[in-house]
Design a protein. Structure first.
Length: 129
């Protein structure tokens, strides 16, 4: 199941996250594969990844989720975070509830999640995964 989620992440990130960032003049390449944390937002399960810029969080619907495939990107723009989402689901009630919960995350909560994803990535490297 994790391999399926990884494929979905790669497909969605290429089409959704990376192209808009490049189109907006951001030439820095971002890798958004640090983590994941398992979190619940809007009564659904999400895999939360951070990016190499240490500012961006990606929320990918977990395998078996009723909103799969769906992804949110929480991107720092200036001094504020901007949340956007994209995917193919008919469960707008669930993605809308998740959106509402994610958009109110504080800077402190976001920073904590970024640090936790880095710890997960480091522990995987230490264990040889």
């Amino acid at each position: 199941m994790f391999k399926l989620a990884s494929r979905v992440i790669k497909i969605l990130l290429v089409g959704f996250l990376l192209n808009p960032l490049i189109a907006q003049g951001d030439s820095e390449q971002r890798r958004c594969d640090i983590g994941p944390l398992k979190k619940a937002y809007g009564r659904t399960n999400w895999l939360v990844y951070s990016c190499s810029d240490e500012k961006t969080l990606i929320f990918v619907s977990d395998a078996g989720s009723p909103v799969m495939p769906f992804v949110f990107a929480l991107i720092l723009r200036g001094d504020e975070y901007e949340l956007s989402g994209e995917g193919a689901t008919s469960r707008r009630d669930l993605t809308g509830a998740a959106f509402d919960e994610i958009k109110i995350l504080s800077k402190l909560e976001i920073d904590k999640m970024i640090n936790l994803t880095k710890k997960i990535k480091a522990s995987e490297a230490d264990s040889g995964k």
